[in-house]
Design a protein around this ligand. Structure first.
Ligand code: N01
Length: 560
């Protein structure tokens, strides 16, 4: 097929216009000079942040590190207003980036991809959309995020509920007014913990249905003053070097101290200091919190004692502190007055671990024990079918296989970036990459830079297709599992990291826990060795090379 004259044939297509898609468009279009377009489901840029507008939606990463670092100019012309950026400010930032780089003209908005199929004859991907468009490309890059497929649990009776219900990940774009309403919230993960204090500010009554209690560290959010924002602006080089060197991509280092090597008194003091610093930094107070059960228990006991100090009703405090998993083995939330909110007269905590939800009725939620909670609104803060579902939803297939069948037993790929049997396809922050265990924009930049260099290499060397070898995926998937097994992370059987929140989903620990800095080295080595572990085809040559001997991590990622 002669492709260059057809308007719907591109060198590259990118699916998704969040942090990943915007940067990938810029790199391929403005640096490689390719014909590129982005296909985006929403009406605007933002990706995850386009959809997540629930009350209290705010990033847990500190703002000075939650940004792109590829451009000094973008950095110096932007100022965050708070320690943790709120959802509206993040959307403003991404719109600022899209406008500064003139990206919008190459984005198709309001278009949902329904199918991606590879033709062996043309060596092109055909991308079909729900509005019956077809676009073609040589290089296909998914930028669909890890947490974009919402999980609304299948609870009997939801269709007969007479009030409104919302999932936090698909929040309406108009303000939802809770004034005078009795609200029920299901879910107390990172999202639920952010939403509770905000919803409680305006509603008549809030009932929180908690299945698994959670640790949470005070965020200590604050407005930045001009001194600090000036400092951030003028320290581009230092901040960039810092986030690119840490194991989690955050702008702070993990301590080398081991929890049990300091005296009891010193340990308490260190926990106390870390608690006062707040946020994700708490996890950096000791090096071994995610590798030693004893160390972890010390942190867990400290946090539980803090929760007890905050919550006045001892029965409520019991339900909130009955935590059965190691601290940070599930994604650890940070909060602004979450526990304190349960001291308010109009807020009730319901323990659905001991008395589960039986059904949703016309007027509320009924429990198996017979209690009925009258509600006007239900908020589902029930999370996502994470990491794999956003990719599976694209219905990716070739004449020989489909992603659904290839991943029947769980995700398998090479570096979280490429999947055997699916040529010229790259998955930004796919399962098997540091992704959700790291500060996402930093992981995203690493992936986009790597993918762009890989495509440039293929173009320069006349390679018409590149594909991960099956053996590489086997080795990498095994390495991801072993790396997680060296930590406490897989010890939590009911974690979404393992896919355990979705009935029937294969239990595979999905993100790479070896640290972003280690991962970066592995990816760089593979590229330097001529894309070891990939099959590269050109008209003249067919080059394969063995997968690299991976560098095994000594550290453990402590990221988002
Ligand atoms: O989702 P979750 P989330 N009946 O899956 C409960 C990121 N994030 O949206 O634990 C009753 O963590 C479930 O209970 P249990 C971050 O990576 C980032 O809160 O399964 N309850 C749990 O309490 C995070 O990890 C930021 O027993 C049910 C809750 O719903 C990820 O998003 C901010 C249930 C789900 O918790 C997802 O967090 C916020 C049922 N049938 C979030 N099903 C940033 O800062 C589920 N639950 C970037």
């Amino acid at each position: 097929m002669r492709t260059e004259k057809l308007s719907n044939v591109y060198d590259a297509l990118v699916i998704g216009a969040g942090f990943s898609g915007l940067y990938q468009l810029h790199k391929l279009r403005d640096e490689l000079g390719l014909k590129v377009a982005v296909i985006e489901k929403g009406a605007g840029v933002g990706g995850t942040w386009y959809w997540n507008r629930y009350p209290g939606a705010r990033c847990d990463s500190e703002s000075q590190g939650y940004a792109y670092f590829f451009s000094r100019q973008l950095h110096e012309n932007w100022q965050w207003s708070e320690r943790y950026p709120g959802n509206a400010e993040i959307r403003k930032y991404l719109n600022y980036v899209a406008d500064s780089l003139n990206l919008r003209k190459d984005i198709f908005f309001n278009k949902t991809v329904s199918n991606c199929s590879f033709s062996e004859y043309t060596e092109l991907w055909e991308i079909q959309t729900e509005d019956f468009d077809a676009l073609y490309c040589k290089w296909l890059v998914t930028a669909v995020g890890c947490l974009s497929a919402t999980n609304v649990p299948n609870i009997t009776g939801i269709s007969r509920f007479k009030g409104d219900w919302y999932h936090t990940g698909k929040w309406p774009h108009n303000d939802v007014d809770f004034n005078g309403l009795r609200v029920g919230q299901i879910g107390t993960g990172s999202t639920g913990i952010q939403a509770v204090p905000e919803i409680a500010k305006t509603c008549e009554h809030l009932t929180v249905f908690q299945r698994t209690p959670n640790y949470s560290i005070p965020a200590h959010n604050t407005k930045w003053d001009a001194t600090y924002t000036d400092w951030v602006r003028s320290h581009y080089d230092e901040l960039k070097a810092l986030v690119r060197s840490t194991s989690n991509g955050h702008p702070f280092r993990i301590s080398n101290n081991l929890t049990m090597e300091v005296s009891d008194e010193e340990r308490q003091k260190m926990f106390e200091r870390a608690w006062n610093d707040g946020g994700l930094r708490f996890r950096g107070v000791f090096h071994d919190l995610l590798t030693s059960q004893t160390a972890n228990s010390a942190a867990a006991d400290f946090i539980k004692s803090k929760i007890r100090q905050k919550v006045t009703d001892p029965k409520t405090a019991d339900i909130l502190t009955n935590i059965d998993h190691p601290y940070a083995a599930k994604r650890p939330p940070i909060d602004t007055y979450y526990f304190e909110t349960f001291n308010k007269d109009h807020v009730t905590l319901v323990d659905i671990q001991t008395d589960p939800i039986a059904e949703i009725t016309r007027n509320g939620i009924a429990l198996e024990g017979g209690a009925h909670h009258e509600l006007d609104v239900i908020v589902f803060a029930t999370g996502y079918d994470a990491m794999t579902k956003p990719l599976l939803n694209l219905n990716i297939e070739t004449p020989k296989t489909s992603l659904k069948s290839y991943w029947e037993g769980g995700p398998r790929n090479y570096l979280g970036l490429a999947i055997p049997g699916f040529p010229n396809l790259f998955t930004i922050t796919g399962p098997g990459s540091p992704s959700v265990l790291s500060n996402m924009p930093v992981s995203i930049e690493q992936h986009v830079d790597w993918i762009t260099e890989c495509i440039a290499y293929c173009i320069e060397t006349g390679c018409t297709s590149i594909e991960a070898q099956e053996q590489s995926a086997e080795i990498w998937t095994d390495h991801v599992r072993k790396t997680a097994d060296a930590t406490l992370l897989p010890k939590v059987q009911h974690s979404w990291y393992l896919g355990a929140n979705i009935p029937g989903k294969p239990r595979v620990f999905m993100p790479y826990a070896g640290g972003l800095n280690t991962y970066r080295k592995i990816c760089d080595n593979i590229a330097e060795e001529g894309y070891k572990g990939f099959v590269l085809n050109s008209e003249k040559t067919h080059k394969t090379s063995k997968p690299s001997d991976f560098i095994f991590s000594e550290g453990v990622s402590l990221g988002v």
